[in-house]
Design a protein around this ligand. Sequence first.
Ligand code: GTR
Length: 336
Amino acid sequence: MSNDKNNKAFLTRRSMLAAGGAAALAGCGREHIRPLYSSDTHPEEYPTVQAVIEMARLLRERTSGALDIKIFAGGQLGSERDTLEITTFGGLDLDRVNLAPLNSIEPLTEIPSLPFLFRSTDHMRAAMDGAPGEAILASLKPHGLVGLCFYDSGERSFYNTRRPINTPDDMNGMKIRVQNSDLYVSMIRALGADATPMSLGEVYQSLVQGVIDGAENNWPSYESGRHYEAAPYYSLTRHVMAPEILVMSLSRWRKLSDEERKVVRRSAKDSVPYMRKLWDARVEASRARLLAAGVMANEIPDLQPFIDRMRPVWDQFIRTEAQAKLVNQIEGMAVS
Ligand code: GTR
């Protein structure tokens, strides 16, 4: 990231904080006049952003315009780690992030990121719609955040600039970018590769300059960040299916009336089926476009060596009883 961009992001973040502060000073609940500010690292057309736009529409409709959302898309306000921090301070009202940047804040958020935990998309959706999802959303309150809903993030697989990956040994010594999460670092190390944590915005340049050899993500993000241009080998390990999450700052939440809180929760939840429809279509569209553009995708002949190598990560990261309970709940769900 250039200094200029850093400065710009910093200035914007400062003005966000100032706006939050000014609203708080005005008191008397007058900050209702200001829309909820929301951040997303993805560009406007991406399904996560579209989902929050839908939530905003529902909010306006259900509150006769009293509540609305202004979205800062495309990572304008900084990396997910930065915007989360600002949200916990109350300088930003809503933040759509992956679960990964929450891993260092709340251990329960690590569970859906465990490699090969979910058996299918249906399994992941049922878990997030049910008691396990509710437990994770509720766990964020002591950290200054209100968990509102989960959005799909599909399956993450590896892509790189060098060769197709068929076995963990093909990754030996490769430098793989991961999100800022120790769990992801451990997963990559377990496969014999080098993990380089960095924010999404830095990945494209780092691939082009050879700072990293590869990364891991779903089809839409692989496309949207143009990573496929530099790293055309996409190997379908599907090792993680952790969802996205929409969080709200607890300080802004506390300023809402009970009625408004209900509407915010309901509107967030009601944007989920809408998002899933967009998501499924987007995964297919991205896949078709990238294959047509010459991306070399390969299925993995035998996933077992990946599963075996990554399994110790479970023991390393399941450290509390609450985490173990969540794992059992998710694994024990009837859906295949
Ligand atoms: C995407 C996800 C983003 C971010 C990104 C990343 O799939 O939607 O929120 O987590 O991956 O790898 O940084």
